[in-house]
Design a protein around this ligand. Structure first.
Ligand code: BES
Ligand code: ZN
Length: 629
């Protein structure tokens, strides 16, 4: 009997060994080369992370332990991680043995590789470390920089390759892991992560987190602040500072509906809860799709839900991006192009086709402008959907191309085959590749087989090649005609042709119509008309950040100085890069306004997160030295 058990165990062990080798062989095929990570996933790949961190607002340091569980091939000797400005105190193997490690050379973009010798039979490594007070992912805010002005605040922004500035890990979108965390923060503050989250503060200021679905490193996120939670539906809620909480919950009350719509389109929501946190205005993006907890800028709270497409966008990433993830940053359109497409589909179902066509039209306008600018600057390669960012910062790829050209490409396919075929195809795409990564080539192969061949439709090889691999605007760019925008243009032309301002019929206009109106104003406009428009419609006083932004752009062109004090306020307090960059760029065009740009930036710079600060430093050709406060 015993012998039988022994034989059985031997067979079982052998089977496990085969299984393990198989899985590593599969892994070998799986990990495409990522030019933005030092990791060696084909030899040793992390599968789980345990964090135990202490957040100190005094020193601006997060310190503690990161325990990494990993899988190896038989020949693996080293586990290689990405780090940037991290101070490593010691590294331990599973059995308490200290592990040898060495740092590689510092690269200004990629940081440093951390090469750890794997202690024999160890499948876990514990790293005792702390980050630098200047960690690029983290912004530490003083109470005055928050809405309630009472307590400090911190948030991280890990995408694209900044997770390595606060956690030593394999920072490549192709590598997924689950995580648990324990975070100690000052007693009056609540800590939240891209994980299962607490809803109330506790006495000790110790919070624990669990993320059971495997995610890539760029979705690691932490925020600490004096925030409260308000439920909005059975699986949605919002966290915000007290003075923002009611307003936020009202603005985003359609979120639960959006999830329902999204599930109808692309299959079940696989992350359990969907909450959001409204961050202070220095947050460098509109939104960031951290799983289970979208990080959002307060600048989308307009009071009339007019900017909630951004929530549809971040929610859509729960499928495109978080569930099926771009394999490298060269495939970034796989995340963003799909997400813009998906965002418009959600908005169409929520507010109607003529509403989503306004979004599509604005997207196409952005695309045309971006392509024109890149080509004028001789950077036509940057207008390709599939990028080549080797040797560059992946942040350079964050342009309108992956978003709006990506969207247009998917819309082109949709129009070619019809929604009755495209929708089920997309649903199956997300289902078949859930919790996996996707390269551009992988998608094209899947598309050819599962959409075109399956439905007996000719695959337009040439056209698709042009969309994905060639610069500029493809010949098959979808025609987008928004009726509501056509009406705006008609009215604007009448007004510019000498019509009375009072005859403009704007009662039913939404924010998007206003945006189109402002953007369509001619480059030169009679100063009287500028003033008349502002007095009648109150653009300079608008509470809507997108309208303000569009108007300020015109104000700079017109040298309409009455708007400048408000614009200065706006630039000092808002850190959202997409709103800042065009304004500074416009000011740089003229000597007089260039001076103003530098003066404003000097005041604004300390409020910006690293992501926005580094973009503006480059644009304004200044650095830390010029601007020591
Ligand atoms: N994931 C992006 C933000 C991002 C991209 C951060 C690349 C870092 C590197 C997010 O989903 C996004 O696209 N935000 C947009 C939203 C808009 C397109 C609706 C933003 O912040 O403006
Ligand atoms: Zn996005």
């Amino acid at each position: 009997m015993n012998r039988l058990i022994v034989v059985f165990l031997i067979v079982l062990m052998a089977a496990c060994q085969i299984k393990k080798e198989e899985s590593m062989t599969n892994n070998k095929k799986k990990y495409v080369n990522d030019a933005h990570s030092y990791a060696n996933p084909n030899e040793a790949v992390m599968t789980h992370l345990d964090l135990d961190l202490d957040v100190d607002f005094e020193t601006k340091i997060i310190s503690g332990e990161a325990k990494i569980t990993f899988d190896t091939s038989d020949s693996a000797e080293y586990l290689i991680l990405d780090t940037k400005d991290l101070e490593v105190k010691s590294i331990w193997g599973e059995n308490g043995d200290e592990a040898e490690f060495e740092f590689g050379e510092k690269d200004p973009i990629l940081g440093q590789e951390l090469k750890i010798k794997i202690p024999s039979n160890s499948k876990e490594i514990t790293i005792i470390y702390q980050n630098s007070p200047d960690a690029e992912a983290i912004q530490w805010l003083d109470p005055v920089q928050t809405a309630d002005k009472k307590a400090p605040f911190l948030f991280t922004q890990s995408q694209a390759i900044l997770a390595r500035t606060w956690i030593p890990l394999q920072d490549s979108p192709g590598i997924r892991f689950t995580y648990n965390a324990r975070v100690q923060v000052p007693q009056n503050l609540l800590a939240l992560m891209s994980a299962e989250n607490p809803q109330i503060k506790n006495e000790e200021g110790i919070y624990t987190f669990k993320m059971e679905q495997p995610i890539p490193a760029y979705l690691m996120a932490l925020t600490v602040g004096d925030v409260k939670f308000q439920s909005m539906g059975s699986r949605t809620g919002v966290y915000a500072e007290t003075s923002m909480l009611e307003r936020s919950a009202k603005e985003f009350e359609d979120t639960e509906k959006m999830i329902g719509i999204a599930e109808g389109l692309y299959g079940p929501y696989r992350w359990d809860r969907y909450d959001m946190i409204i961050l202070p205005p220095s947050f460098p993006f509109g939104g960031m799709e951290n799983p289970r907890l979208t990080f959002a800028t307060p600048t989308i709270i307009a009071g009339d839900k007019s900017l909630v497409a951004l929530i549809a966008h971040e929610l859509a990433h729960s499928w495109s991006g978080n569930l099926v993830t771009n394999a490298t940053w060269n495939d970034f359109w796989i995340n963003e192009g799909f997400t813009v497409y998906f965002e418009h589909r959600i908005m169409e179902e929520l507010y109607g086709h003529d509403y989503s066509e306004m979004l599509a039209s604005l997207s196409q306008q952005d695309l045309k402008n971006e392509v024109e600018n890149f080509i004028a600057e001789g950077k036509s390669d940057d207008t390709k959907l599939k990028l080549d960012l080797e040797g560059r910062n992946p942040d350079d790829g964050v342009t309108s191309i992956p978003y709006d050209k990506g969207y247009s490409f998917l819309r082109y396919i949709e129009e070619l085959v019809g929604r009755e075929k495209f929708d089920p195809f997309l649903k199956e795409y997300f289902n078949a590749h859930a919790f996996e990564t996707m390269t551009t080539e992988g998608f094209l192969t899947y598309l050819k087989t599962n959409l075109f061949e399956k439905n007996d439709i000719d695959y337009p090889e040439q056209e698709i090649h042009e969309w994905v691999y060639e610069p500029g605007l493809p010949s098959t760019l979808p025609k987008i005609a928004s009726d509501r925008f056509a009406l705006v243009e008609k009215q604007l032309n009448e007004y510019l042709g000498g019509g009375e301002i009072a005859s403009l019929d704007t009662d039913q206009w939404t924010t998007h119509e206003w945006l189109h109106f402002i953007k369509s104003l001619p480059e030169d406009l009679d100063p009287q008309k500028i003033e008349e428009l502002d007095t009648t419609f109150g653009f300079t006083k608008s509470g809507n950040s997108e309208i303000l932004h569009a108007w300020f752009l015109k104000a700079i062109q017109y040298n309409y100085t009455a708007a400048y004090p408000t614009m200065e306020e706006f630039l000092i307090h808002t850190g959202r890069r997409k709103l800042l960059t065009p304004l500074y760029k416009e000011m740089l065009k003229d000597e007089g306004t260039k001076d103003m740009a530098l003066k404003i930036y000097e005041k604004a710079r300390p409020n910006y997160h690293f992501v926005s600060r580094s973009t503006m430093d480059e644009l304004l050709e200044v650095d830390e030295e010029n601007f020591i406060q």
